[in-house]
Ligand binder design. Structure first.
Ligand SMILES: N[C@@H](CCC[C@H](N)C(=O)O)C(=O)O
Length: 289
């Protein structure tokens, strides 16, 4: 028997998500179902999917239930699982507020990257404590259309390669993932950011996301870019003792990233719910058959 399954659509700086509320973790969402829902022509459409589950009801999150009631079961648009999604956390928080599970102010959200502290501000911005960046050693070179750049390895819970370029157009159409050397550098894939300077502590980026393709924003990517730029600029907060704040323009808007002397990173930006709807379970079963 076909049932109707509620969904919402939201975005954070135009990194867009299908949101599926499922408090008791009762909806089966194998990778093919996620990919079908995120399909922009045959499905609802999104860079990724936010499966909203009570932490206590999800095997990967029950240990976090005492600290955070809700678990962001994030999936990329191709159905793959990722450790973390920075824009996703902001949109997830906005959903919780809309559904009456959270109010303006502070809340916590469980993710595969641990429990994240979130602040829902009056002006519509959402700030997320993104944790610390890891900067694994190792030279990486990324290439697109015959051009190559050295890239900085930054891990924000998920892997990023950050390349400073002369012109964002040099990244080409980004219809396929940029090549990288050594080819074995990222056994689980990588998100690649291309960065140009816009002014003092102000950069712009494009990103090719693992599992989603080019997107109009990537929160973890913007944090990786801010950290890589601060190191390039000699503005490592752990060394200077003062926080470093960078404005990062993405094709879909602007994110503000602050790294503190203890290494903790905060990201602030908008998060919007744009639509609600229902899809037929029979449609999804048909797609999966
Ligand atoms: N758009 C996200 C990152 C989503 C995960 C990424 N594609 C990966 O596979 O690591 C963000 O806002 O951080």
């Amino acid at each position: 028997m076909s049932t109707r399954i509620a969904f919402l659509k939201g975005h954070g700086t135009e990194n867009d998500f299908v949101i599926v509320p499922d408090p008791e973790n009762a909806i089966d969402l194998p990778p093919a179902a996620v990919a079908a829902l995120c399909d922009r022509r045959a499905g609802i459409g999104g860079d990724g999917l936010l499966h909203v589950v009570r932490s206590a009801a999800h095997p990967e999150a029950k240990d976090m239930a005492a600290e955070a009631e809700w678990f962001m079961d994030y999936r990329n648009g191709d159905g793959s699982v990722a450790e973390m999604c920075g824009n996703g956390v902001r949109v997830f928080a906005r959903y919780l507020q809309r559904a009456g599970h959270a109010t303006e102010g502070d809340l916590t959200i469980a993710t595969r990257g641990g429990v994240k502290r979130v602040h829902l501000a009056k002006n519509g911005d959402v700030t997320v404590g993104m944790g610390r960046a890891l900067l694994p050693e190792g030279d990486v070179v990324v290439s697109v259309d015959g051009r190559s750049w050295p890239a900085r390895n930054v891990n924000m819970g998920n892997p990023h390669a950050v390349a400073f370029v002369a012109d964002l157009a040099h990244a080409g159409d980004l219809y396929s993932p940029p090549a990288h050397e050594p080819a074995t550098a990222y056994p689980d894939g990588v998100n690649v950011e291309f960065v140009v300077d816009r002014g003092p502590r102000h950069v712009a980026m494009r990103v090719h996301e693992r599992g989603s393709g080019e997107t109009r924003s990537c929160g973890t990517g913007a944090c990786a870019v801010a950290v890589a730029t601060a190191r390039r600029d000699g503005a490592d907060p752990a060394v200077t003792g003062t926080p470093a704040t960078y404005t990062v323009d993405v094709p879909g808007g602007t994110l503000v990233i602050t790294e503190r002397p203890d290494g903790e990173i905060e990201m602030t930006g908008p998060a919007v719910i744009v639509a609600t709807g229902e899809f037929d379970s029979a449609w999804l079963e048909g797609v999966l058959a």
